[in-house]
Design a binder for this molecule. Structure first.
Ligand code: NAD
Length: 275
């Protein structure tokens, strides 16, 4: 068989996904399971992870759901033990838990000078420490087996300056830097077969950003939403399915020589100068 025949084959891979009960990672989990991956869904909200796992298992896929807090190392260790006991191995980690919140976002009623430290820290910790800790816990298994793949979920806020979202931008920029750092560290210190990359989704209309993109009273597009579409050459928000091709590529043999990159999936937003 030609080496290129199985380029995009991900069947049998065990993929751990944090934040898997959410909109984007729930959709990624379902797509990977459809292609034969076994998925372990980690989420702080039990019902959210369970409901995606049930859907996958009902449709003939293989999924387990484990309530996990990505900010708690013990909880992550417990999840790792549970997965190894139930499925026997771990091949891939996708760090999807993350998000922003209103209290950490500047607005007409909340100036930069009044941003509460606790809210800023909450957002920074969830997005950055919530990526760092799972990389430590699951990365240790990868170091031991000298093989493994990590995909971090960054954001457009890390590549372009977006107004309002100071804490979220700082955290996702840290995720980008850490992605490159860890890619180098893992390849040089443990094995060139441990790869670390990130995707940077553009704008997807979800619970965490609805308050910024939609007018909460009328349900119509807010000025920020309109501006985003105007600055997206492809003239639309992303759909969760838009992320799947890149994720499959990053965990398949097709990307064997790729590590330390951040892929924008943004309909051209990051390329466009606005003129
Ligand atoms: P979402 O809110 O639908 O999903 C996030 C999930 O993370 C939720 O199920 C939540 O319960 C879980 N979670 C929260 N805190 C957790 C914790 N401490 N431990 C474990 N799980 C926890 O969000 P989404 O829009 O699907 O976003 C997924 C990822 O993509 C996030 O990292 C987000 O920052 C990033 N992202 C989103 C967009 C967008 O437009 N929606 C754009 C770029 C990047």
């Amino acid at each position: 068989m030609d080496k290129t025949d199985n380029l995009f084959d991900i069947s049998g891979k065990v993929v751990v996904i944090t934040g898997a009960g959410g909109i984007l990672c729930g959709s990624i989990a379902k797509a990977l399971a459809q292609r034969g991956a076994k998925v372990a869904l980690l989420d702080i909200k039990k019902e959210a992870g369970d409901s995606i796992a049930n859907e996958i298992n009902k449709n003939g896929g293989e999924a387990i759901s484990i309530i996990t807090d990505v900010l708690n190392k013990q909880s992550l260790e417990k999840a790792k033990e549970g997965i190894l006991k139930k499925i026997g191995k771990i091949d891939v980690l996708i760090n999807g838990a993350g998000g922003n919140k209103k209290e950490a976002t500047t607005s007409e009623s909340l100036s930069f000078f009044d941003l509460p430290k606790d809210a800023f820290q909450f957002v920074f910790d969830l997005n950055f420490i919530g990526t760092f800790l799972p990389c430590q816990v699951f990365g240790k298994a990868f170091a031991k087996q000298k093989k493994g793949i990590i995909i971090n979920i960054s954001s457009m806020a890390s590549l372009r300056v977006l107004t309002k979202v100071a804490g979220y931008s700082a955290a996702k920029s840290a995720v980008n830097n850490f992605t490159k750092w860890l890619a180098v560290h893992m390849a040089k210190e443990y094995s060139p077969q441990i790869r670390v990359n990130a995707i940077a989704p553009g704008f997807f209309l979800t619970e965490q950003n609805k308050f910024l993109l939609m007018d909460e009273k009328t349900g119509s597009q807010a000025p920020r939403g309109k501006m985003i579409i105007e600055h997206t050459p492809m003239s639309r928000y992303g759909k969760p399915e838009d992320l799947i091709g890149s994720v499959i590529w990053l965990i398949s043999p097709a990307s064997e020589f790729i590590t330390g990159i951040i892929i924008p999936i943004d309909g051209g937003f990051s390329a466009y100068g606005g003129v």
